[in-house]
Design a protein around this ligand. Structure first.
Ligand SMILES: *Cc1c(COP(=O)(O)O)cnc(C)c1O
Length: 394
């Protein structure tokens, strides 16, 4: 057949542009710090996942440099062949100790952990049960599995109970998967209740705590610590790319989980391991969490102050219980306008619009940060108030 094999590349991109759904990338010319340079402009950063401002912490930078000097720039192989360096194992041991679990396993990214592990935990004759608002990387992990699927209404334990009762009779293995902290709304999954229900039916529990690691629980030890159920969640998955300020997926749980996961996950077996610099910074990040509690404290103090002030101005910050602070706008066009006007005033905060959230639930998603000062927060609040009034949001 005579066809233009690649015409769709331009056509589909143009379609996104026409609908104003294409990503317009802003370029950082500095670190991802509270005061950053973006597109040549000095701005206050309110949309980085670098919650604890660790990405530019001197101990992490030193950890990366020292590791490069000792081991070099790359690891040379996948973990399973010749790419497991002592520094990788050091991170895993330190992490397990920090999270009070038997073991912990590193993946290249959080996405690679979900895509590699989920399809191994449930297959033919099994079922995976998901919260309706789970992250896209979980959804892709589930798609790679041959298991049947069920979805329950967001955090609805009555419905989860019903789905479990049905599933109990029909399937061999049952896997419940949920985000720990939901990335769009900043609310927390009722993990204590989910574990209790799972135990009644002999189901496995898997939590993606990407936005909880380093943020919730004492010292930022994550959702298990937050609910006082450390070691009771079968799979605690997380990432070093957010509060830890580096990059890398992690899975914490039992020795059995560790052995199973690294022998079976294709993303782990078939993709190169972290450069030593990454692990050097990861080690330092865990050490900082263990010894400098002020970062987590500052993050929460800033979060409480910022939300309280926004609410008293009349802004709706939704269901958030964490530093993820949605400033509800409603209309997508208005949310984009608010974000652009904020940028002109020196504030970088991202609009989250349809199809990422429901059509009438567009918002600005402010990510709080431990490195913001009271002066920074007051500057941001003043701009939010001014523009909120101008756009008739408050
Ligand atoms: C960011 C995120 C991931 C992906 O983590 P990476 O390590 O950046 O690949 C997975 N799940 C959730 C809920 C996330 O927010």
């Amino acid at each position: 057949m005579n066809r233009n094999a690649t015409a769709f590349l331009k056509e589909e991109y143009q379609d996104l542009v026409n609908k104003n759904l294409d990503w317009k990338l802003r370029i950082l010319e500095s670190g991802s710090t509270p005061h950053a340079v973006v597109d040549g402009k000095k701005i206050l950063m309110l949309c980085s996942n670098n919650y604890l401002n660790l990405s530019n912490h001197l101990r992490l930078i030193k950890g990366a440099i020292d590791a490069a000097k000792k081991y070099g720039a790359g690891s040379g192989s996948v973990r399973a062949i010749a790419g497991t360096m002592k520094i990788h194992v050091d991170v895993e041991k330190k992490l397990a100790k920090f999270k009070h679990t038997e073991a912990a396993l590193l993946y290249q990214t959080g996405f690679a952990a979900n895509a590699g592990l989920i399809p191994q935990l449930a297959g033919d004759g099994d079922i995976i049960i998901s919260d309706e608002l789970n992250h896209g990387s979980i959804i892709d992990g589930v798609r790679l599995s041959k298991a049947d699927r069920a979805v329950y209404k967001h955090k609805d334990m009555g419905e989860l109970d019903k789905v479990l009762r049905e599933a109990d009779k029909k399937y061999k293995r049952i896997l419940i998967i949920t985000d720990g902290v939901f990335s769009m709304d900043g609310d927390i999954a009722p993990m204590d209740k989910i574990v209790k229900l799972a135990n009644e039916y002999g189901a496995m529990t898997y939590v993606d705590d990407a936005h909880g690691e380093g943020v919730i629980g004492p010292d930022g030890r994550g959702i298990g610590a937050h609910f006082g159920i450390e070691g009771k969640i079968d799979v605690e998955m997380g990432t070093f790319s957010k509060a830890y300020g580096v990059v890398g997926g992690l899975v914490a749980g039992s020795h059995d989980l560790y052995n199973f996961a690294y022998n079976k996950s294709r993303t782990w077996l078939l993709s190169g391991s972290h450069p030593p610099t990454v692990s050097g910074a990861q080690l330092a990040a865990i050490e900082v969490l263990e010894t400098e509690p002020q970062h987590v404290q500052n993050l929460w103090n800033n979060t409480k102050y910022f939300k309280k002030e926004l609410n008293s101005m009349g802004f709706n910050t939704g269901e958030s219980e964490t530093p993820i602070t949605p400033v509800m706008v409603g209309d997508s066009g208005k949310a984009k306008k608010l974000s652009n006007s904020l940028f002109d005033e020196g504030i970088f905060a991202l609009p989250i619009v349809f199809p990422m959230v429901a059509r009438d639930k567009a918002r600005i998603r402010v990510m709080m940060n431990a490195g913001l000062t009271k002066k920074d927060l007051d500057f941001a609040l003043e701009k939010f108030e001014k523009l909120g009034k101008k756009l008739e949001i408050i």
